[in-house]
Every structure is written in C-alpha cells, then in structure tokens.
Design a protein around this ligand. Structure first.
Ligand SMILES: Cc1cc2nc3c(=O)[nH]c(=O)nc-3n(C[C@H](O)[C@H](O)[C@H](O)COP(=O)(O)O)c2cc1C
Length: 357
C-alpha cells in the first residue's frame, strides 16, 4: 500500500511534497520582533528534516499584536527581510514554508515563559492590550475595547503583513484565529459583548475575521494558498463550538480560504479539555466533511501509524505536529523510511538513510 502521508498536496499553485507539517511554535526569541540566528537554526532543522510544510510561529502584524516581548513581528520591511534567509533555506531543501500572522489581543504583552513573572510592564517593553470587549483573561490586565477605526487599521495591518510575507518569498499565509487570541476573542460570545456590527450574533462575531481573510486573499497572488487556524470549540457551555466552526469554515471558503487548520481551546483558562492522542482530529474530520474544505489536524499526533491513518481514512488532508517535531525534527524522514517511501535526504546526510539508493 502506498503511503498517504507521503502523497503530495496541491493547493492553488503550491505543491506540498507530503502531509506531515510543522505546526507553528512560538520561540520567544526575537529581538524587538526581529528573528535571527535562533530561528534560522530552529526552522532550518525542520527544513533538513523532511516536513512538507514548515510554519513560522505566531507573528505580530503590529507590535502590540505579539504575545510576548520576545515574539516576532512583520510590521515593517526590516522585520520581513529577517525572514528571507530562513525562507531561502527552506526552499533550497525543497520545503514549503508559511507564516502565521497573528494578533494576541487581550493575551498579549507577556514576558517569555521562562521569565520569573507573566505580565510585561512598560519598562520591560509591555503595552496596554486591546480586545473585542474590555474583559480580562484570567490573571491578566483588562484590555481596552477596539474602536471601529482601530478594527479597520488592524485589517490593513494584516493585509500589509501578508504582502510583506509574500515579498520575502513565503509560500503561504495562515491567519491565527485560534487559542483565545484576537480573532478568537471576536468569534466567541464569551469574549465579544460588542453591540456594533462586529458583535452580537454569529454574523457580527465572524465579521472581523471574514473581512481580513477576504482582504488578505485579494492582496496576495491568486496562486498562493491562504489558511486559517481556528479553535473548533471553547470546550465550555455557551462558548464557541463545532457547529459555529462549520458555519465559519463555509463562510471562509466563500472568500477564498483554502484550508482550515483545526485546533481547539485557549479562550478561557478553566475549560475541561479531554487531552489524548488525536483528540482534536474529530473536529478536523467534521469540518472537512460538512464545510467541504481542506483541513489539517493537530494535537497529540506523534506516531507514524497514527498520522498515516488520519490521512488514509480521509479525516484530514494533512497533520501538523508541534512538540514531537521539537523532540525529533527529522520525524518526517524517519517516518518515510519506515513506511518504505523513498524521500531525498539532504545530500550531506545521505549516509544516514537506511533505504537502499
Ligand atoms: C512551544 C510551543 C509554541 C507554540 N506556539 C504556537 C503558535 O505560535 N501558534 C499556534 O497556533 N500554536 C502554537 N502552539 C500550539 C501548537 O502549534 C500545537 O497546536 C499544539 O502544541 C498541539 O500539538 P502537539 O500535540 O503536536 O504539540 C505552540 C505549541 C508549543 C509546544
């Protein structure tokens, strides 16, 4: 049986060589939003490791959109240019590379996870956070409600960030609308109490994300794929749920989004989440089936057979892996060998390949 995991996937003009992808992962290691050597080595390792697609972590479209003071940004030409060597290296290894454009909203302005406190104050480079409504995330400062003018400005910031990303060669764009960050704060009735056109019913709550997706789509070349990462559920009564996610996916499909990257949670701190292998895969499966759109599955996918089965059974079109890729950045090369698939190892590593050439 040929492997499903190692079939390529063509989306618009981009052919991705296999279905095992590196999920976006914050590194908290940028300098004033500018990526450097850490990112080159970190992302470079995945490029030598055989993943079909590598995602750069949540990257702020404005300085205040970063999660932490160490998160990267793409709000200027200089910030974008810092990604160029990383993109070029991924391409030299025949890997596709995408960037996750983000705004953290009320969950922004933190220190790095390994610092001794959570919230960055002004002297440490922190800032006043913003959100759909002035509701604080557990243990964090109360954000300021965004005005209509600021929503329009942020929409432009996403568009300009996407254009800069394309300029430096990224193959695709992902909008980060999951994990309780700004778009998610607009989507969920628990965090969006607005009474203007960006709040209220489903239509109002999805408006910001839909408008940004539509404008980003129009601003990037037709051949470039556009993904959106969502949290399929808040895992809490009265919150965002799978049904709304399916409806959202249909709306996003209509404005030219190609793939929904399906995660969950992150909006509230006390959700009861049934963590376990593949625990989010059923959401990717339901959205794929109901909204007729490509999906990727993520979350506790670590084993070769597990990943292969998710693709072979048609539950999702790709798997994204985060922590397992940190443990073993060459997971895809090893998986291919175990599945008996010939993939090209980087030339200097060829002697490590176990399959006869
Ligand atoms: C160190 C680290 C940083 C992360 N940063 C991001 C991020 O920038 N954007 C995002 O959407 N998810 C982020 N995540 C979540 C992962 O992309 C992934 O969805 C989650 O870890 C579950 O997958 P896993 O079980 O394979 O680790 C991060 C996870 C880790 C471990």
């Amino acid at each position: 049986m040929p492997s499903s995991l190692f079939q390529n996937l063509k989306i618009r003009d981009l052919t991705i060589s296999n279905r095992s992808w590196v999920s976006p992962m914050c590194q908290y290691s940028a300098n004033n939003g500018i990526v450097g050597e850490w990112h080159q080595i970190h992302l470079g390792a995945f490029a030598t490791g055989g993943a079909g697609l590598i995602f750069v972590e949540a990257t702020g479209v404005v300085p205040e959109g970063r999660i932490s003071i160490g998160c990267p940004g793409i709000w200027s030409h200089g910030h974008a240019e810092a990604f160029r060597p990383i993109v070029n290296f991924a391409h030299s290894m025949n890997r596709a590379i995408g960037i996750q454009l983000a705004h953290a909203g009320r969950k922004a302005s933190t220190m790095r996870p390994w610092d001794d406190h959570l919230i960055a104050d002004e002297s440490e480079g922190g800032w006043q956070t913003v959100s759909a409504s002035p509701l604080a995330f557990h243990g964090m400062p109360t954000p300021r409600e965004l005005s209509l003018y600021e929503i329009a400005e942020l929409t432009e910031a996403f568009v300009n960030a996407a254009k800069r990303a394309i300029t430096v060669g990224f193959d695709l764009i992902e909008l980060h609308a999951a994990h309780g960050y700004l778009f998610h704060q607009f989507l969920s009735p628990l965090t969006n109490l607005r009474i203007d056109e960006y709040g209220g019913g489903f239509e109002g709550r999805i408006r910001f994300l839909r408008e940004v997706a539509e404008k980003v789509r129009a601003a990037i070349p037709t051949g470039v794929p556009l993904f959106v990462r969502i949290s399929a559920t808040d895992w809490i009564e009265g919150g965002w749920d799978l049904e709304q996610s399916i409806s959202l996916a249909k709306e996003l499909g209509k404005v030219g989004v190609d793939l929904i990257d399906v995660s969950s949670g992150g909006l509230v701190h006390d959700a009861k989440i049934p963590f376990g292998p593949s625990y989010q895969v059923p959401f990717a499966e339901a959205i794929k089936a109901e909204a007729q759109i490509l999906t990727s599955a993520v979350g506790m996918i670590t084993e070769i057979e597990q990943a292969e089965e998710i693709i072979a059974s048609g539950k999702a079109d790709a798997v994204m892996m985060a922590r397992e890729m940190l443990r073993n950045p060459r997971w895809p090369l090893n998986a291919a060998e175990q599945l008996g698939v010939h993939v090209d190892w980087p030339n200097p590593y060829r002697r490590a390949s176990k399959l006869p050439r």
